[in-house]
Ligand binder design. Structure first.
Ligand code: SF4
Ligand code: MG
Length: 336
């Protein structure tokens, strides 16, 4: 399948009081046409920063990208002037955030907001844009769309507001939708409805989705492939089956063990991963997970593990799976 986006060796740094924080450290992935790629990890792992880099939405005053390329449509987005990015944003690549109000203007009627977007990005006339806005509201399941065009954002519930945002994001038939924790703020039932909606719309439109989430339940429901991020790096990547049934990285295993069982009505106590991620303001030596990993070996403290290809889609960065690690040094390895 054709690749439509390719992120190569992306590094993102912040400056704050304590100096420089390397929030994203050499991230590589590609997105295929029509697929859903989940980027999963704890907060602070760099997943949102990675997503925002694609759309140049990082705060300018304290963020910079020392290295990396993001190819879309044969051009490096990182090298494009803001004007051109603005053209792509919303029409070819859209974003949905956790808080729908990020994308909505509280003082403007919903209908007007959608219509303005359609006029700007697709050059539609008012009448055609209005009809399209109506169609979109219907498509995302907003009751009485005709009346709701004249309502303001605060007159919608949280779930309905996120539906409106999804309608806006998909109105221009983008090739890519980047969804950053789109359902995290919603209650579980609404969450499931919104995810179903996104899946249905994706089937109709063929839009590829990058789904940023800390929730493996969302991943299991939505993703074709999964990138697991830790401390600014992708530590494991694979198909959803490979990640859930043949996890190779101890961090992925930890995430899976801390996840409530799918299809279980009973709330099973979660096993959180002990410890906390490394301070990314400091220079990293060795494996970033070494201080929390139950399998840490001596080598892990000194040398960063290299990316190993396990199958066509499945890669992992961990010394446990590296042939160069002497067998006698290996603890009982996971996943063989
Ligand atoms: Fe654990 Fe070592 Fe693998 Fe890092 S490289 S995840 S510390 S076993
Ligand atoms: Mg985030």
């Amino acid at each position: 399948v054709e690749e439509i986006l390719s992120v190569e060796n992306l590094h993102v740094s912040f400056r704050n009081q304590s100096g420089e924080v390397n929030a994203v450290r050499g991230v590589n992935f590609s997105l295929k046409k029509g697929e859903t790629l989940a980027i999963v990890g704890e907060s602070g792992s760099g997943k949102s920063v990675t997503a925002k880099s694609i759309m140049k939405l990082l705060p300018k005053h304290n963020t910079y990208i020392p290295e990396g390329k993001i190819y879309y449509d044969n051009q490096d987005l990182l090298a494009l002037p803001v004007r051109q990015i603005q053209k792509i944003r919303g029409s070819e690549i859209s974003m949905v955030f956790q808080d729908p109000m990020t994308s909505l203007n509280p003082t403007m009627k919903i209908g007007k907001q959608i219509i303005e977007g359609l006029k700007k990005h697709q050059g539609l006339t008012n009448r055609v844009a209005r009809q399209k806005a109506l169609d979109m509201l219907k498509l995302v399941g907003i009751p009485n769309p005709e009346e709701r065009l004249d309502a303001f954002p605060h007159q919608f519930s949280g779930g309905m507001r996120q539906r409106v945002v999804i309608a806006m994001a998909l109105a221009c038939n983008p090739k890519i939708l980047i969804a950053d924790e789109p359902t995290t703020a919603l209650d579980v039932t609404i969450q499931a409805q919104i995810l179903d909606l996104m899946k249905n719309l994706q089937e109709k439109t063929g839009t590829a989705i990058i789904m940023i989430t800390h929730d493996l339940g969302v991943v299991a429901n939505m993703a074709d492939r999964v990138a697991v991020m830790y401390a600014g790096e992708i530590v494991e990547m694979g198909t959803v089956d490979e990640i859930f049934y043949k996890p190779k990285h101890p961090y992925t295993l930890g995430l899976l063990q801390s996840m409530p069982k799918l299809h279980s009505s009973r709330k099973v106590p979660l096993i959180p991963i002990p410890g906390s991620p490394p301070n990314l303001a400091k220079k990293q030596q060795g494996c970033p997970f070494a201080s929390r990993c139950p399998y840490t070996m001596k080598v892990c403290h000194y040398f960063a593990p290299e990316k190993l290809q396990m199958t066509d889609e499945h890669s992992v960065s961990c010394w446990l799976h590296d042939q160069r690690t002497p067998v006698e040094n290996k603890p009982v390895a996971i996943g063989g």
